[in-house]
Design a protein around this ligand. Structure first.
Ligand code: GLN
Length: 476
């Protein structure tokens, strides 16, 4: 019997390699954990009974197409859709021997910050089930924290890996745009979407990134990594230059408890030998969100046009083709995708294109430059990941703008195409606080090095307090 709560993927791989457990016993132990804890947390939309590989299990966010396994993107409009092919990331996991444990819950089409927009009901935070796990990849993040999978994949358009990792107290990487294939990923906003790992440790996160990253002939936006991914070992940060944006001081949205955990993490970085200085991102925090909420819905309005009742999922009745399509889309999409399709269509329409979409593209270029200037002087930029800790279910569900503000700190670097790593850096009122480290393009190794050293120094216990049991440590 394996205790999955504290098991890292690296340890799990060791157990399988030494033949201490079989892949099928391990798969079974995670299914047992899911049976015990997932009725409360609802991280999984569906599980897979038999192991598909000889290695350790993995959970995939339900926007990731899996051959023969239903893939709904958290939407009714894709109910019953069973892909006949694997996404490239799912195929790479298979090639590495990873075994699909199940598909995790997500806000519909990855639009949201709490999983409350899932058509299949919200997930809950393992630290406090009355609170959200973040989103859109709340299912993957909560599953890792609750020991329901050793690791998982999410997708991040404006924060959907980093923010749920912050709220659930684990490690999440949004990779450099173009390093991970989007082939077979249900598209939200194609110039922003990136798949990335969620894990219990930075080393697990780096290992999973090395499995999924690299050029894919099926996605023309991917590139070969300029360097191989290295598993971090270093406990020191000597010579690492960390920039803190001056603008953080003025952001009243950042809760005091989040601010103080962030400041303590920066203290740790100084003690480890890092050089900490100030940088400037004046446009990012002012215009990042409005820019994102034009670019992302514009791309979404085009990407979601394919759901017409002909190609995928359920079809509504109608006298005419037009009536059938209208009813299918009306029944199939929830409120948030509808809102974004309308916003995006408006921003792209003749007469408004220059004022909205065109203008947002220009702002995006300025954000790219502003990050480039800061990263010419610093190796990483550090901010809190989320301005708040996990909030109660229902708190922001009726107020789209309050929900959008959850990504204030994660969005700007996404627009700039840069990698970002969340690591847990402490607690505020018993709930995890996340530290966001942003790197230069292809700077993943630097993020892993910094994240690993800080992780050792901070010593955060990733097992949610209410799930801790005396004497549990890996195999029992
Ligand atoms: N919360 C943001 C949104 O709703 C980001 C989502 C994401 O990264 N997929 O668009």
């Amino acid at each position: 019997m394996i205790d999955t709560l504290r098991l890292t993927a690296e340890d799990a791989i060791g157990l399988v390699e030494r033949k201490d457990v079989t892949a099928s016993e391990l798969h079974g132990s995670y299914l047992d954990a899911i049976a015990e804890r997932d009725p409360e947390l609802h991280c999984f939309l569906r599980t897979v009974d038999e192991p598909s590989g000889a290695g350790v299990p993995i959970a995939l966010k339900d926007v990731i197409s899996t051959k023969g396994v239903e893939t709904t993107a958290g939407s009714r409009i894709l109910a019953g859709y069973v892909p006949v092919f694997d996404s490239t990331v799912a195929a790479r996991c298979k090639q590495a021997g990873l075994s699909l444990l199940g598909k995790t819950n997500t806000d519909e089409f990855a639009m949201g910050s709490s999983t409350e927009n899932s058509a299949y009901g919200p997930s809950r935070n393992p630290w406090d089930p009355t609170r959200v796990p973040g989103g859109s990849g709340g299912g993957s993040a909560a599953a890792v924290s609750a020991g329901l999978t050793p690791w998982a994949l999410g997708s991040d358009t404006g924060g959907s890996i980093k923010q749920p990792s912050a709220l659930c107290g684990n490690v999440g990487l949004r990779p450099t745009y173009g390093t991970v294939s989007r082939y077979g990923i249900v598209a939200f906003a194609s110039s922003l979407d990136q798949v990335g790992p969620v894990a219990r440790t930075v080393r697990d996160c780096a290992l999973l990134y090395s499995i999924i990253a690299g050029r894919d002939p099926r996605d023309a936006t991917t590139v070969e990594l300029p360097q191989t991914t290295t598993l971090p070992q270093d406990d020191r940060l000597d010579g690492l230059r960390i920039g803190i944006p001056n603008q953080l001081g003025d952001l009243t949205a950042i809760e005091p408890g989040v601010r103080s955990a962030f400041e303590k993490a920066i203290e740790h970085a100084r003690e480890l030998g890092a050089e900490v200085g100030e940088c400037d991102l004046p446009l990012s925090f002012e215009y990042g969100m409005p820019c994102y909420y034009l670019v992302a819905p514009a791309e979404a309005s085009s990407n979601l046009a394919r759901y017409d009742g002909v190609r995928y999922g359920p079809r509504a009745d109608g006298e005419t083709y037009r009536e059938m399509v209208e009813r299918t889309r009306d029944d199939g999409f929830g409120a948030e995708p509808k809102r974004r399709i309308m916003l995006g269509t408006y921003a792209l329409s003749a007469g408004y294109y220059d004022a909205f979409y065109g203008q947002a593209q220009k702002v995006r270029t300025l954000l790219v430059r502003e990050h480039g200037d800061a990263l010419a002087r610093f190796d990483v930029i550090a901010t809190p990941t989320s301005p708040t800790v996990a909030f109660p279910l229902g708190d922001k569900a009726a107020d789209p703008l309050a929900m959008y503000a959850c990504d204030l700190l994660t969005i700007p670097s996404c627009l700039a195409g840069l990698p970002g790593l969340n690591i847990p850096c402490g607690l505020s009122d018993g709930l995890p606080v996340g530290l966001q480290l942003i790197g230069a393009q292809f700077g993943e190794n630097t993020l892993f090095r910094a994240g690993h050293a800080l992780e050792q120094a901070i010593g955060f216990d990733t097992v949610p307090a209410r799930l801790r049991r005396p004497g549990t440590n890996g195999a029992a």
